[in-house]
Design a protein around this ligand. Structure first.
Ligand code: ATP
Length: 273
């Protein structure tokens, strides 16, 4: 399926991603973790051809997609849709038009300019919004929605492309714990129900453990851990984050877990600290 070999990116002599290799044999939900500057975003941007790799290769189902250009690059980008921390929606445009923007890569420029979309696409966009629980927001301007709702619009836009892979670059970093949970639940459901591969850069350990089948840990541009959430012990995490003995997992928590615990239990814990 996805085969990455010695992928490297150097910016002005500084190596951001250093000979990263891994294989994904079936659609999994994969979390990429590591401290700020570890190279997570650069890795995802290379997978999506937003950033050109300096050396190394990316192949998907036997096809080399490294360094694609023009129409081939746009086609690949719609097969591996990307969502971002800041949602990247058009704020003043209504929600459904933002979702329909997901079809840009397969539409004529003039049709886009005049905002002309086929009925089938409009129905599909509403269905996807419904699936994500935000169909009633369809006519509103994107800027009128909460962060969690905007991120779900961004996911809907990605789904409009019917991608094989969803790349999510810190999808919950700007969200409160409740919205973070809604967005991560949506990504997990899309993975499980549609069989799409999801690769998400996550800055919190608990989220990676809870949602992902596999976790890749990066440090200084290199992969220093590649395993299951069970194998991601505190010692391993300390190594990934390059932290000392005083490393606390709580410092990288989104507190999603806390939301699921009964109120009485939370109160008990609170009383203990
Ligand atoms: N366009 C660029 N030009 C120059 N240096 C860059 C560029 N993009 C990233 N870098 C550098 O590459 C390194 C890796 O950055 P990257 O954003 O991939 O890390 P990250 O793990 O995603 O961090 P964060 O979580 O803070 O986004 C950093 O040192 C960063 O400064």
């Amino acid at each position: 399926m996805l085969h990455i070999t010695e992928l490297t990116k150097t910016f002005n002599g500084k190596t951001a991603v250093n000979k990263v290799s891994f294989d994904v044999k079936q659609p999994k939900m994969i979390g990429v973790i590591g401290r700020s500057g570890a190279g997570k975003s650069t890795l995802l941007r290379m997978l999506n051809c937003l950033t050109t790799a300096s050396t190394g290769t990316i192949s998907f189902n036997g096809e080399d997609v490294t360094g694609l250009r023009g129409a081939a690059r746009r086609q690949w980008q719609s097969r591996c849709a990307m969502i971002f921390q800041q949602f990247n929606l058009v704020p003043r445009m209504d929600v459904v038009s933002n979702v329909l923007h997901g079809t840009l890569n397969r539409r004529a420029t003039w049709a886009t300019m005049f905002n002309l979309y086929p009925q089938d696409d409009i129905h599909k966009a509403i269905e996807i919004l419904d699936r994500l629980g935000i169909a009633e927001q369809a006519p509103k301007r994107a800027e009128a929605l909460s962060g969690g709702q905007q991120q779900r619009v961004a996911i809907a836009r990605a789904l409009m492309q019917d991608p094989d892979i969803i790349l999510a670059d810190e999808p919950i970093a700007s969200l409160d714990p409740m919205n973070a949970q809604i967005v991560m639940d949506a990504l997990r459901r899309i993975h499980e129900e549609d069989g799409r591969m999801v690769i998400a850069n996550l800055h919190t350990l608990d989220t990676a453990r809870r949602y992902c089948d596999r976790v890749i840990g990066m440090r200084d541009g290199r992969v220093v851990f590649d395993g299951t959430p069970d194998q991601l012990t505190t010692g391993v995490a300390r190594d990934i984050y390059g932290a000392g003995a005083d490393f606390s997992e709580a410092a990288t928590s989104t507190q999603i877990e806390t939301l699921d615990r009964p109120k009485a239990e939370i109160a008990k814990t609170a009383a203990l600290v």
